[in-house]
Ligand binder design. Structure first.
Ligand code: 5GP
Ligand code: ZN
Length: 109
């Protein structure tokens, strides 16, 4: 579950500091260290899953919760008029951190 070499697992464990947006039993959200928009945060499962391509049928409820949390946190972060989401998957998809995450970003307004 916890991968000792994964930076996002270390963030969840508090071994690397992060600017936390949200946390519950299954999910963790924090601001991206290198934002591409005025508001840019990531939502990740606490369970280590390498990428969306590595999620299984057993993860469907978790994926649903992750996706469902995005609009709620986006509104809380001031993205009242909408927001963008991205899930980069695999090297060819631009994924750099191999712990599943959804980017949520946009301009407050
Ligand atoms: P990917 O390209 O894998 O979809 O995106 C990884 C994201 O994680 C990048 O936007 C990058 O800025 C962010 N990131 C990488 N390392 C850290 C870190 O240690 N802390 C935070 N808050 N974000 C990170
Ligand atoms: Zn991890």
């Amino acid at each position: 579950m916890h991968d000792p070499h994964c930076i996002f697992c270390k963030i969840i464990a508090g071994q690397i500091p992060s600017n936390k947006v949200y946390e519950d039993d299954e999910l963790y959200a924090f601001h991206d260290i290198n934002p591409i928009a005025p508001v840019h945060f990531l939502i990740i499962p606490k369970q280590h899953i390498d990428s969306l391509a590595h999620a299984t049928a057993d993860d469907e409820a978790l994926l649903g919760k992750l996706l469902g949390l995005a609009p709620r946190l986006a509104a809380e972060q001031g993205l009242k008029n909408g927001f963008k989401t991205a899930i980069n998957t695999g090297r060819g998809g631009g994924q750099e951190v191999f712990h599943l995450h959804i980017h949520v970003f946009g301009h407050p307004g």
